[in-house]
Design a binder for this molecule. Sequence first.
Ligand SMILES: C/C(=C\C(=O)O)CCOP(=O)(O)O
Ligand SMILES: [Mn+2]
Length: 433
Amino acid sequence: MRNIDASVELFLEEARSRGAKLVEAPEPLDPRYEAARLIKQYDGRGIVVYRVRGFGWPFASNLIAGRETLYWALGAGSDVEAYSRLSRALSSPGGFEERRFSSFFEEAGSGVSLLPALRFYEKDGGSYVTSSIFIACRGDVCNASIHRIMVSDDKSYAAVRVVPRHLYRMLREAGDKGLPVAVVIGVDPRVLLAAASSPSYGVFELGIASALLGGLAVCRTPLHGLPVPCGSSMVIEARLGPDRAPEGPFVDLLQLYDRAREEPVLHVEHVYVNKVYKPYMHVILPGGYEHMMLMGFPREAAIYEAVARTVPHVRKVRLTPAGGMWLHAVISIEKQHDGDGKTAGLAALAAHPSLKHVVVVDSDIDPDDPWEVEWAIATRFQADRGLVVIPHARGSTLDPSAREGLTYKLVLDATAPIRERERYTRPRIGGSS
Ligand SMILES: C/C(=C\C(=O)O)CCOP(=O)(O)O
Ligand SMILES: [Mn+2]
């Protein structure tokens, strides 16, 4: 089913028709912790839809409740198909069909108290919107990227975490006038995946979403003329910065607190809500499965492609959940040469600069099974010949053990020597069945 308006409502219909587990909370939930507890209960297991006290709109979480949800959304039946769907979208972004903004949206007012922000963990610096996509254009270049919004407890301001990537660059170039932005909340998760896929500057992520969805209808916002998916549940027209205010602490991909910083203030000008589709406010649990999958999957695809270019046969690549799908990779390969393990590990580190530890295993080991991976390390790895140590490389800003952004990186080649394969083969119980 094509969802060119990219609405959550149509995505949920498709999920239902494909037999996805969908849980509906019978009673409205408290925005402080209660909604977070429900999302956590079904984290990685099922979509949840619910109401939140104080807000008139429906909410939805865990839209990407498992790898299989993402794969049907990409029309893929295997890892390789899923990676190549994303890679084709990145290399040939799709076009847009323009529609009238007023046919889809009605104004709901203005002010930060309208933002569908929830409180998740005990030490959060405020309430948060976690699925917000920021769309901005400067000259011919448009950008769409995901940034969390913190609403202060007294609701006097909202601040946005802007990591030094494309939006940061646009914000800096906009100078002391601040940057006009459109913020969308509640879209088909393929738009979020596109926004998380980090193409180079100048490639508009909504074009990638269009390629993934088989087309994308966009509406131009009335004040700033910015293109937004017409099925978005909420659209906020705003100016970002130039002033800053405290943002954080907040939980990141590694399930740790990211420290508080001074970040750009979001000056909300108009808030619009969809009148054609049920406006589901999408909430992503920080550090939950959906957060990891949206951030990690594009990196896993990039690692797969880089490794497949350097060794003849890659069986599986996994960014592991315990590493936040960000810091740890396990790669299983069909080794043709005793050097292949190290080559594969180095290719992975180059493909995803935040990656810290890579374990390379033979194709009889399933990277999805931590027990098998540990068995391979226990029986096939020797630190004097299987370990590559790269000191003081650029690491992830999320890793609290890195020093001034620098980290040690490791490749553990836990593949067996080709000529001694027999010695490393697991025994099977005899008999016919
Ligand atoms: C994935 C990131 C944040 C989050 O979703 O919690 C940004 C981390 O980027 P690095 O380049 O690894 O610092
Ligand atoms: Mn970009």
